[in-house]
Structures are given as structure tokens and as C-alpha cells.
Design a protein around this ligand. Structure first.
Ligand code: SF4
Length: 385
């Protein structure tokens, strides 16, 4: 195998959406092209770059090599020569194949059904390059059912309808957009770099191109002051988009994000779990005339039951949040600590006496009480970022 001189090997970026846990991670860009959101520390200090199409092709070649060598047919045939070839490749290929080998083994285990294009805003690539890469991927792995990517609304708005359709036709069938909020004040304060109108136009554009759309909403991002506005404007924008998925991603405040400075100097007023539950409930109550699926696929979210198809499961989701809001303050703290310590995740778990006892023991051991519960829960949430 001939390797290009400036090719540094198969690359894998830091994150993917939770729903892409079984996907092959194929890195087209590095880091985030915007990198200014005050609630996000993921790519801070990291430079954005677009990988050359030749290097991405090299990754795909490497991967295919390993997939072919490791595939089930070869194992079943007990092809000793093939296994020897794999071992020899592992030894000689060094860094150029290490991640490709690891990715191939993982992807084979999960059935090779989906691919996630990394990093934070792959859609910023030239449409022609994206189309070429998608076609290569579809040619090499014809049984793949889903190819997905993150995108910024701002970037989507800069792609013509025609180009987006070409990208869709080449095989991109789902886009994840971090809307977070559609309240213009909140978007400005957290430096999201888009406004409500841009979010709406981008979402509608993705749907028009025939690409599935996931929109992420972040309860708590507006703090106490904009909590209701965060809920109402986001619901209004989502009603105008009708995304396939609305994914809930509750705000957490890890130490390395800029928003923490605002929190410490008092310009950002943190919502606690009860306030965020109320905000999320307001948002869901105001979703009207759409058939999106609401997903709660992140451990930062408070209640697992807040999930379902609109409109049929709307009452179920609203009622699950009302269940928490109706608890005594003491029970709210028990559930929140249980959730954030990994002991509870659902209403059913709260009613399990063994789990409750474990949480009460933890609270006694670390002296968690009403006066320090919110800070303790904040600390526990940092572990999940
Ligand atoms: S656009 Fe996304 S990845 Fe980039 S800084 Fe904002 S939240 Fe983070």
C-alpha cells in the first residue's frame, strides 16, 4: 500500500451524537469552524481545518482494507493466509493503520449500518467535495443505511437548495443541528452566531432537500431571566420546521466554558432542576401541529420518560415533568441526586426502595441537603460532559 507523504494516518475526532454510537466515524474536518459558543468548551484552543479530499479517500481505502481482511467470510473460511496478511499489515502499517484497524473492528461488530461525518460542521466543505466523498463511501460500503453529519444553521443557509439536494442524492440522509435555543436574546448572549430566523430557514431547507433532521434544544441556556423565552421561541421555531427529531440536551456548566465566568460574576443566573423541568414542560406544551419524535438521549437530562412521538405522546411527556414538579423539595433532591449519581433514571426507579436507600445513604455520607443540593447536582453533572 502506497501512502501519501503528508498523510498522517486515519483520523477520529472527539465526539459524535449519542444516536451515532454504532456508526463509523469518518473525519472530514477538524474541530469547529465557529468555536465561539460560551456554553461549549469542546474545541476551545483547537484550530479548525478542512481535511483534503485525498486524505479522506486514503482513510476510506485503509478502512476498506481492514474490513475486507477482517470480514466474517474470511474468518469463517478460516483463511490462514488472509489472517497472516492482516497481522503483517498491522505490524508494518504503523500509525497509518492503527485507527483504521480499530474503527474497522468496531464497525464490523455493530453491523456496518451507519457512518457519522466528523467534526462539528462538516457541511462547511465544498459541496463538490462532499458529494465525491459521499459517493466514494456509498460505492465502497453499499449496505450502509445512514450517513449523517453535524451542521450549523448558518452554514446550511449558505448552501444553495440545488447543492443540498445533490448532497442528499449522493447519500447524506441525516443532519444534526445544535439549535440549543431560538430566542434571539439567548442566542446573542451565548454567542451562537445565528438568530431564530436563520435556524428556521436552515431547518426548513434541510427538510426540503429530503434529509432527515435532528434539532437539539438546551433547557437552562437562557438562565432564569430567559427561561420562558427560551422555551416559547424554541417551540415556535420547531413548529415552523417540523424536524424528524427534537433532542433534549440539558445545560451543564463544566469549569472550562466561558459561560461559567458569567455564572460566577452573577450575570448568568443558573436554573436548577425544577426550573429546567418547568422550562422543558413549557416548551413541549407549546409544540403544535408537528409530528417530530422527542428524544431524551443524554444522561444530562432529568427524566427518561420525557420521550415520544408528537402529538400522541405529548401528554405523557408533560405529565412526567409534572410528576417531578409535584414532588416535595426533599424528594426532588433525592431524585436529582439519584439521577446524577447514576442510581436512578426513571420515575419507576424513584419508587424502588433499594435505589432510594442508596441515594439517601450517599446524601448522608456527603452531607447533601437543601442548602447545598443545587451546587452538588451541578458538580455531579460535570462528570457527564
Ligand atoms: S457551533 Fe457547536 S461545536 Fe462549535 S462552539 Fe458552538 S456548540 Fe461548540
Amino acid at each position: 500500500m502506497k501512502v501519501k507523504e503528508d498523510y498522517k494516518g486515519f483520523e477520529v475526532g472527539p465526539i459524535r451524537p449519542p444516536s451515532e454510537g454504532d456508526s463509523l466515524l469518518l473525519r472530514l474536518t477538524r474541530n469547529c469552524s465557529w468555536n465561539k459558543c460560551t456554553f461549549c468548551g469542546l474545541y476551545k484552543g483547537e484550530k479548525f481545518s478542512i481535511r483534503s479530499i485525498e486524505h479522506v479517500f486514503e482513510d476510506i481505502e485503509n478502512l476498506k482494507l481492514w474490513i475486507d481482511a477482517l470480514s466474517e467470510e474470511n474468518k469463517e473460511a478460516n483463511n490462514l493466509a488472509e489472517l497472516k496478511r492482516v497481522e503483517s499489515l498491522k505490524k508494518t502499517a504503523g500509525i497509518h493503520n492503527e485507527w483504521a484497524y480499530y474503527s474497522a473492528t468496531q464497525w464490523l461488530k455493530t453491523g456496518m449500518k451507519s457512518i457519522f461525518l466528523q467534526d462539528a460542521n462538516t457541511m462547511i466543505m465544498k459541496p463538490d467535495d462532499l458529494v465525491d466523498i459521499l459517493q466514494r463511501v456509498r460505492d465502497y460500503f453499499p449496505n450502509v443505511e445512514r450517513v449523517t453529519s453535524y451542521a450549523r444553521s448558518h452554514t446550511i443557509n449558505n448552501i444553495s437548495d440545488e447543492d443540498l439536494k445533490r448532497i442528499a442524492d449522493a447519500g447524506l440522509n441525516r443532519i444534526h443541528i445544535g439549535m440549543e435555543s431560538a430566542n434571539d436574546d439567548v442566542l446573542k448572549i451565548v454567542k451562537k452566531g445565528v438568530d431564530k430566523k436563520t435556524h428556521i430557514l436552515a431547518g426548513q431547507k434541510v427538510k426540503r432537500a429530503g434529509i432527515e433532521l435532528s434539532e437539539y434544544y438546551m433547557p437552562g441556556l437562557g438562565g432564569q431571566e430567559y427561561s420562558e423565552g427560551n422555551a416559547l421561541d424554541t417551540a415556535d421555531a420547531l413548529n415552523q420546521i417540523n424536524p424528524d427529531f427534537i433532542r433534549i440536551r440539558t445545560l451543564a456548566l463544566p469549569d472550562d466554558i466561558l459561560l461559567v465566568e458569567d455564572y460566577r460574576n452573577g450575570t448568568f443566573t443558573r436554573t436548577n432542576d425544577a426550573m429546567m423541568a418547568k422550562e422543558l414542560q413549557t416548551m413541549i406544551k407549546n409544540l403544535e401541529g408537528i409530528d417530530s419524535y422527542v428524544k431524551s438521549d443524554h444522561i444530562l437530562n432529568l427524566i427518561e420518560e420525557v420521550e415520544g412521538r408528537l402529538a400522541q405522546d405529548k401528554d405523557k411527556m408533560v405529565n412526567a415533568l409534572q410528576w417531578y414538579l409535584d414532588l416535595s423539595r426533599e424528594d426532588q433532591i433525592i431524585f436529582s441526586v439519584g439521577r446524577r449519581s447514576g442510581v436512578m433514571k426513571s420515575i419507576k426507579d424513584f419508587n424502588d426502595p433499594h435505589r432510594k436507600e442508596r441515594v439517601l445513604n450517599t446524601m448522608a455520607q456527603f452531607n447533601i441537603n437543601e442548602s447545598n443540593a443545587d451546587q452538588t447536582i451541578d458538580e455531579l453533572m460535570k462528570r457527564f460532559i
